[in-house]
Design a protein around this ligand. Structure first.
Ligand code: SF4
Ligand code: SF4
Length: 73
């Protein structure tokens, strides 16, 4: 379970995912003006990048939000 790319074309290069990720998973491709999932193995599946990406360019692999919520109840 980790972050995956839903649609790279959607990425507007806002860098929110780079700023918000506590595990330093992302890098930035200056030429393409898009983020890069550079270190997916470091992802702790906190979901912050996914939730805060303004254009849903990212997705969570095997992430069941309803299950997560249930687990915290
Ligand atoms: S899910 Fe969390 S740890 Fe994984 S890449 Fe996104 S912000 Fe970083
Ligand atoms: S938060 Fe979304 S739009 Fe912004 S750089 Fe990351 S993937 Fe691209």
């Amino acid at each position: 379970m980790s972050v995956i790319r839903e649609d790279l074309n959607k990425c507007i290069g806002c860098r929110t995912c780079l700023t918000i990720c506590p595990m330093d998973v992302f890098r930035f491709n200056e030429k393409a003006r898009k983020s890069v999932i550079a270190y997916p193995d470091n992802c702790q599946s906190c979901g912050q990048c996914y939730v805060n990406c303004p254009v849903r360019s990212l997705a969570m692999q095997n992430w069941d939000m309803s299950q997560e919520i249930t687990n915290y109840r």
